[in-house]
Structure formats: structure tokens, C-alpha cells
Design a protein around this ligand. Structure first.
Ligand code: DX5
Length: 219
């Protein structure tokens, strides 16, 4: 089952709730909230309050992607705000295993995100604490960037690594996902596709954009 998730990073910030609902009505399986602190990435976006507000608007999975330094500090607050799944970056955690353990203990699904320059080997010792792995297919910080094609091999290798070790952990991809790149990442093994600017843009409606993405992967 391939799931499309809408990243609200490219949504109209003056109408976030409405735009999240539009994506839900269009058939996305989840909404991803990109939390950025201006230090881990060169951009500042949302906090716990936005997650809490969106929790009251959508009933699909609410993913929170923490692109912040020392994410451990805010795990509890984002889960309390309503996150169903919390992604922390390997690169931002001093104690990744403990961070994942804490997320699970607090009742949320634990996701690890890795940047394009980070090797898969960093994931090996925490697979038993991981519910999802998010492969960044852009360098995090902004929507609308170009898909980094070299990550296709990484996705294939990751799927191979999981198969070899007997783990069935879903692979999410995030960054530059559109009707052209969606079939490529699915073919490589991704089953959760996070899309922002290909859903929220002025070329077509949210519904039309989600339908085009779903059609591109024949869901
Ligand atoms: C990167 C963000 C983006 C966003 C999706 O920091 O995480 O990847 O979710 O953006 P698009 O789909 O516009 O590349």
C-alpha cells in the first residue's frame, strides 16, 4: 500500500487548517508538519501550537518532522500536541536510541530521518526501535527543491538492508516528490511519499494535484 502525505510547508500559511482538510478530502493518508528551528536547517517554521491546531482539524495521520537541534527536548510536547508519528533526524540526536525509545514510550510511532549525505549504516543499531525511516531526497529546509536522484540507490539499498535483517519498516521519502519522481521512489521501495509543492501550488487544485500523484503511482 503506497501512502501519499501532504507536507504543509508549501501550503498557504494563512489557511493552514483549510489546506490540511483539502488534502485529507483529496485522499492523502497523512499530513506532515515540518518543524524547523533555523539552526538544524536555515529556516524557521512551525511549533507545537500548529500541531495542536491541526490535530483538531484532520483525522488522518499527523506526522511531525523535527528538523531541529536536540529534538529530545520537545518529544513529549509534540506528542501531547497530537503527533501520531514523530521523525527525529539522526544528525540532530546525541542519543538516537533513547530518543526513539522515548517516542514509543509516550505512545507515538518513532521515525528516523536521514539527510542525503548520511550513510545507511547509522541506522543499523536502532532498527528495533524504529517504526519508519524517512530518506530525505533534498537537503532539508525548504519546499520546492530539486529531487536528488542519487538517493534512489540509497532507497534500494535500505530496502535490501531491511530485507536482509528481517525488518518490515516502511520507507518514507521527502523532497521533490512529484508525478515524475513518485514512480521512481516507489519502484526503489518507498511506500510513504511526502509531497509539498507538488500538492500545494497554483497550477491546479489540491484535489487535482493529489489525484495526479496517486495516478502516477497507480494507487
Ligand atoms: C524539506 C521539507 C520538504 C517538504 C516537501 O525540508 O521536509 O521536503 O517536506 O517539500 P517539496 O515536496 O516541495 O520538495
Amino acid at each position: 500500500m503506497i501512502a501519499i502525505e501532504a507536507s504543509i510547508l508549501s501550503a498557504d500559511f494563512a489557511r493552514l487548517g483549510e489546506q490540511a482538510r483539502e488534502a485529507e478530502m483529496a485522499g492523502v493518508e497523512g499530513i506532515q508538519v515540518d518543524v524547523m528551528d533555523g539552526r538544524f536547517v536555515p529556516n524557521i517554521t512551525f511549533g507545537q501550537g500548529i500541531v495542536r491546531a491541526l490535530r483538531g482539524v484532520v483525522s488522518v495521520t499527523l506526522d511531525v518532522h523535527l528538523m531541529i537541534v536536540e529534538p529530545e527536548r520537545y518529544i513529549e510536547e509534540f506528542i501531547e500536541a497530537g503527533a501520531d508519528r514523530l521523525f527525529v533526524h539522526y544528525e540532530a540526536c546525541t542519543q538516537l536510541h533513547r530518543a526513539l525509545q522515548t517516542i514509543r514510550e509516550l505512545g507515538s510511532e518513532a521515525g528516523v530521518a536521514i539527510n542525503p549525505g548520511t550513510p545507511l549504516s547509522v541506522l543499523e543499531e536502532t532498527l528495533d526501535m524504529t517504526d519508519l525511516i524517512q530518506v530525505m531526497t533534498v537537503n532539508p529546509g525548504f519546499g520546492g527543491q530539486q529531487f536528488i536522484h542519487s538517493q534512489l540507490d540509497k532507497i534500494r539499498c535500505l530496502q535490501g538492508m531491511l530485507d536482509e535483517r528481517g525488518y518490515s519498516i516502511p520507507i518514507a521519502v521527502d523532497g521533490g516528490i512529484d508525478t515524475t519522481t513518485a514512480p521512481l521512489v516507489v519502484n526503489a521501495g518507498a511506500t510513504v511519499l511526502v509531497a509539498g509543492s507538488s500538492i500545494y501550488n497554483d497550477r491546479a487544485s489540491v484535489g487535482q494535484n493529489v489525484a495526479a500523484l496517486l495516478a502516477s503511482i497507480k494507487v
